[in-house]
Design a binder for this molecule. Structure first.
Ligand SMILES: NC(=O)C1=CN([C@@H]2O[C@H](COP(=O)(O)OP(=O)(O)OC[C@H]3O[C@@H](n4cnc5c(N)ncnc54)[C@H](O)[C@@H]3O)[C@@H](O)[C@H]2O)C=CC1
Ligand SMILES: O=C(O)C(=O)[C@H](O)COP(=O)(O)O
Length: 394
């Protein structure tokens, strides 16, 4: 009987861990804790947890009293940044330990936004530096995005009622942010409090944006009023919507998907690096909670990237090199194409949405892509480095 877990648990000496089937490396990181049972997160129920000591979930499992009451669960970990699926007040009230994985896939979301912006600039025949981008929520994702965009020469405006300028750079009002060419949302989903984000972008705020502005949502579906967005897109044909997250996932609004310029199935954060980092962070938190030493590190499990290097000549224009490197690392249009083709043929939208996420192809963070640049092309080296690539002088 491991004393670290529960000194009152006399009969069954095995520690039981129930984990979502889609969290990578659980066996590697948690194998020493005890016996692991893998289950589909969407359909997890209280009876699955009748002897579970540790519960490890992703965003698709609602963790609240109806799931946990009358179970022996002592620690819950979610291998995600978002925590809106967790009733943390209930966990606190029952003395159940909790950890999420802050920032684990922030780099992947930034890669997603950069790929989307590369499509926008191409379709408008402009360069990155011609765009103004508004960021709503300057946390792990929003701040990294801000740094990348500014280093690429874009004008950035940002708003966040909970942050100080010393921490995250200049801040402005939401109204001001909505005046940008592109508005990118990076808040948690909050239904209450002083600054709720549920339907933060509603009919009135959509109308505040320029008729040909772009709204990009890769945080949580319900931060945008999806019905209002559909109505807006029908009467503002030049307005661009790029959605990774949807109200009522996995029940997708197909009409809205067709109105979007780019549509993906909640995969902005789905790099292998981001998912594995999520597991490492909840492993570290569980070790801390139970007073165990942290013995394992992610580095020992990450595989070699499939695409290792792209090379540029000194003659390539900086803008062209940037968009090529961004898309070599992650191409949003492939995910958009798969989503449209799968959803249009689908007999069961919920199942198809979840299947695309479960079977998502291997993708790596930008930092894994080495970019060869002639040593004399200093400006190109600087911009690529600032955008997050591993630049090699040649
Ligand atoms: N599509 C995907 O695959 C992914 C989505 N996400 C979502 O993105 C969200 C943001 O991620 P992080 O930046 O890592 O979270 P974070 O918690 O580091 O940052 C969120 C920021 O939003 C700010 N905020 C809260 N309410 C706000 C409001 N009313 N207006 C403006 N700002 C507000 C907070 O002060 C905080 O700085 C997560 O909560 C998660 O729901 C995260 C990762 C992947
Ligand atoms: O980390 C988050 O927050 C996310 O949105 C995840 O990337 C979502 O992944 P799942 O937990 O839904 O697989």
């Amino acid at each position: 009987m491991p004393q670290w877990l529960d000194q009152t648990k006399q009969e069954d000496s095995t520690v039981h861990i129930v984990a979502d089937e889609n969290i990578p490396l659980i066996e590697q990181f948690f194998g020493e804790f005890g016996e692991i049972t893998r289950l589909p997160g969407r359909s997890m129920k209280a009876s699955d947890l009748s002897n579970a000591d540790i519960l490890l979930v992703r965003s698709v499992t609602e963790v609240d009293a109806s799931l946990l009451a009358d179970t022996p669960v002592k620690f819950v970990g979610t291998a995600t940044i978002g925590t809106d699926h967790i009733d943390t007040e209930y966990l606190d009230s029952k003395g159940i330990g909790f950890a999420s994985a802050p920032g684990c896939n922030a780099q992947a979301v930034v890669d997603y936004v950069l790929s989307a912006l590369s499509v926008i600039v191409d379709s408008r025949g402009i360069e990155f530096a011609d765009l103004s981008v508004g960021i709503v929520g300057v946390g792990n994702v929003g701040l990294l995005l801000r740094q990348r965009l500014e280093q690429m020469g874009m004008t950035v405006k940002a708003t966040d009622p909970f942050k100080e300028e010393e921490e995250v750079g200049e801040l402005t009002s939401l109204d001001d942010v909505l005046s940008c060419d592109v508005v990118s949302l990076h808040t948690p989903l909050e239904r209450g409090g002083e600054h709720p984000t549920w339907h933060l972008i509603n009919e009135a705020r959509l109308k505040q944006m320029a008729p040909d502005a772009c709204l990009l949502n890769a945080c949580r579906g319900a931060v945008v009023d999806n019905a209002a967005l559909s109505a807006h897109l029908k009467q503002a044909p030049d307005f661009v919507a790029i959605l990774d997250v949807w109200e009522n996932e996995p029940e997708l609004d197909l009409e809205l998907m067709e109105l979007c310029s780019l549509a993906t199935p909640h995969i902005a954060g789905y790099s292998l690096d981001g998912k594995m980092k999520g597991t490492e962070l909840i492993y570290q938190a569980a070790c801390g909670y139970f007073g165990l030493p942290v013995r394992l590190k992610l580095g020992q499990f990450l595989p070699e990237p499939g695409i290792r290097r792209v090379d540029f000549s000194a003659e390539v224009p900086i803008h062209q090199a940037l968009r090529t490197a961004i898309r070599a690392s992650y191409e949003i249009r492939v995910d958009d194409g798969v989503m449209r083709s799968v959803m249009r043929r689908s007999q069961n939208l919920r199942e198809s949405f979840d299947r695309m996420r479960k079977d998502y192809p291997l993708r790596r963070d930008t930092i894994n892509l080495r970019v060869g640049v002639p040593s004399r092309a200093h400006d190109l080296q600087d911009v690529l480095e600032a955008t997050g690539f591993d630049v090699r002088s040649k």
